[in-house]
Write a protein that binds this ligand. Sequence first.
Ligand code: UT7
Length: 331
Amino acid sequence: MTHIRASITGIQGYVPDYILTNAELETMVATNDEWIVSRTGIKERHILKGEGLGSSHMGAEAVKGLLAKTNTLPSEIDLLICATTTPDFVFPCTANLICDMVGIKNVGSFDIQAACSGFVYALTLGSQFIETGKYKKIVIVGADKMSAIVDYTDRKTCILFGDGAGAVLLEPDTEGNGIIDSIIKSDGSGYPYLHQKGGGSRYPPTHETVDQRLHHVYQDGSQVFKFAVTNMADISAEIMVKNGLSGDDVAWLVPHQANRRIIEATANRMGVGMNKVMVNIQKYGNTTSATIPLCLWDYESQLKKGDNLVLAAFGGGFTWGSIYLKWAYGE
Ligand code: UT7
């Protein structure tokens, strides 16, 4: 029996028009372009403006573009999974809203919340439905409006994040391309270092939680940095060893874009030169669930059928993961 793998057969990104530069941030908090660029690699990020627009707006724009680009009708989609940490509402989930906005009806849709590892988690999950033969066309979305939860009075976090979305189409592949392996991990004891303190069931919204600014991203940056460097590099090395890959075999590392220094450490550990690493942190910042699909979108024209890609992410939870796949299209 031919083994069915799940291949990415299309990719589309979306970033909102407004660009928040380091120069504008200098007018908001005590920071400067030199510090931000040297410590993170970020020069600018896109911000979603507009009353009543949430992550679903960006996710739906990405999905609409994906369907048009791949000549796929909404009625052909069997399932949609959205990775997001900034859902439009506590409920219903953002995936339900995206389906409605793009005309995907009467199929299952749900969100995955794994912070910055969300897209790797969602792709891992979605691929299972293809591999078992249950579904033929699945859309995986990563969408985050981080500006909704960023505290623009906190210089330690407000310089890091941006808004954006990306979507991929997953289809069965029997030619040997597609997702070959994935590893996902988590450690909830890491939550104190990176989380949003208020607004959930532990500390529901009150006047006090708002006054104490608990509805924003809290991060102990240097602690998260240590865990991120170790775990993203380790899990990338682990998937290479497991699949007998050397640095030379890897065509592209597709890392979560949280900090250029974390990306460089991961590439170094894998024995992959920076010329084979997708980096777009300079123009989008950290878009959480959207970083990896936005990388694939930006680099799509350089990808060739059969290229070995390693996706790697680390984020709040802590969560981390890696995926080894063979790209399925491109000359
Ligand atoms: O995607 C989810 C996972 N998240 C991550 O992977 C993020 C991991 N962490 C990081 O990327 C880095 O820790 C940061 C970029 C957040 C911070 O860089 P750092 O090199 O760890 O700096 P730090 O937090 O140790 O701060 C160094 C200094 C401090 O000043 P003092 O105490 O040494 O006087 C900060 O107050 O830099 C200061 N600082 C700033 N200065 C100018 C912190 N933020 C800023 C700023 N502008 N925006």
